[in-house]
Design a protein around this ligand. Structure first.
Ligand SMILES: Cc1ncc(COP(=O)(O)O)c(C=O)c1O
Length: 388
């Protein structure tokens, strides 16, 4: 039986103005999508990301579904996605009728491997979707070049990487579209929420129509159309203004939140670095000169065989680590939705050895010391018990 968990994996943290803004949103009488708080949050994100537009959605999953619809994926098409990701990266394209071609990730950034993507391209491939795992850039410059050469769109599932930079450019600005998550486990939260980032001006109007149940409601409200009519495909993707109010309170404190997370990431590195060689632990990586988003802190254990025991021992020390993605290419869903069987050795290796540490804005140094000690002791004990 586990001891009580004293250092949980996640503790959703408030930035200060959330309740005040939500109260204002209630008093405003506009609690549905596209209200005044939505406008302010979308404006803030559009400015900071230097995007053509940002549309708040009910989740990153919904934003990915919008991206799949926007690039007109359909039956007979194939979409390249990493196997090492959340199911939504794949299902958004599969629900449009496409088959998924799972590609491997590479070490040390754990992003989509451009060599595998290049070798997997053919004329059925109609889009490439990359994930910036943990807020560390995948090789998005090369992926963008491959996508351009084959004339297909690149989409960045940037659920982890808001406000990160790669090669001096913001993550999420390389693809035709990128998507964000504001789920309670992310850097910026509103319970459940997301956004579609539109990087081409020509896509903006169609994206609003998709979000507005297939209607030109936005043009109508802006006085640009005299009738409010149905134009085609769409759904109800918009975030309630109550949640946009919550989100705005977080986004307005973005620099403070990011600097707290930077500090927590640095502290874990400082605490664990002295043990990496002796215990064969690998700590997170980012490219020289890049600014990562510090979405999480993980360690790669020396072997997959000890992970279950390490988790058990850490939990009995009151600390809650967690594993992450189970590879999609070998999951039950792949038998119906993948276009071919793939052998993805890096994905299999990494997903078996990866362990995420508790990480949230208000995590204290004392809690981090407890986590580091619990990890080191658990790894030592697990290595000993597998050796005997
Ligand atoms: C890479 C990635 N994409 C998409 C999602 C889905 O995000 P949401 O819960 O906002 O739909 C997640 C969830 O954690 C994720 O890790």
């Amino acid at each position: 039986m586990d001891n009580a968990i004293e250092v949980p994996f996640n503790r959703p943290c408030l930035a200060g103005q959330e309740m005040n803004y939500i109260a204002q949103a209630v008093a405003n009488g506009h609690s549905s999508a596209k209200g005044p708080f939505t406008e302010r949050a979308e404006h803030l994100l559009t400015e900071r990301l230097n995007a053509e537009g940002v549309l708040l959605t009910t989740s990153c999953t919904d934003a990915l579904e919008m991206a799949a619809m926007m690039v007109e994926i359909g039956p007979g098409d194939v979409v390249i996605v990493p196997s090492f990701t959340f199911s939504s990266t794949a299902t958004a394209f599969a629900r449009q009728g496409a088959k998924l071609r799972f590609c491997d990730i590479r070490k040390p950034d754990l992003g989509l491997d451009p060599d595998d993507v290049e070798a997997s391209m053919d004329d059925r491939v109609k889009a490439i979707v990359t994930v910036h795992y943990a807020g560390v850039a995948s090789d998005v410059t090369r992926l963008q070049a491959i996508a351009q050469r084959f004339g297909v769109p690149l989409i960045e599932d940037n659920a982890h990487g808001l406000f990160a930079d790669h090669d001096g450019k913001q993550l999420g600005s390389f693809g035709r579209f990128s998507t964000l998550s504001f789920h309670e486990t992310k850097n910026f939260i509103c319970g459940e929420g997301g956004a579609l980032v539109v990087n081409n001006e020509g896509d903006l109007e169609a994206a609003h129509i998709l979000l507005d149940k297939g209607t030109n409601r936005r043009q109508f409200l802006d006085g640009l159309a005299d009738k409010y009519t149905w134009h085609g495909h769409g759904s109800s993707f918009g975030l309630s203004d109550l949640l946009a109010a919550f989100l705005l309170a977080q986004l307005e404190r973005a620099d403070e939140i990011q600097s707290k997370r930077r500090k927590i990431h640095g502290k874990y590195t400082e605490l664990l670095m002295p043990h990496t060689e002796r215990l064969a632990l690998t700590l997170p990586y980012h490219h020289q000169g890049d600014k990562p988003a510090d979405h999480m802190f993980y360690v790669l254990l020396p072997s997959a065989a000890i992970r279950g025991e390490v988790i058990k021992l850490m939990r009995s020390a009151g600390v809650q680590p967690t594993f992450h993605y189970v590879p999609l290419h070998s999951a039950p869903g792949a038998s119906e939705l993948a276009d071919s069987d793939r052998h993805l050795p890096v994905t299999d290796d990494i997903s078996g050895r990866l362990l995420r540490m508790p990480f949230f804005n208000e995590l204290t140094e004392h809690e981090q010391e407890r986590v580091a000690l619990a990890l080191v002791e658990a790894v030592e004990a697990s290595i000993l018990s597998t050796a005997t």
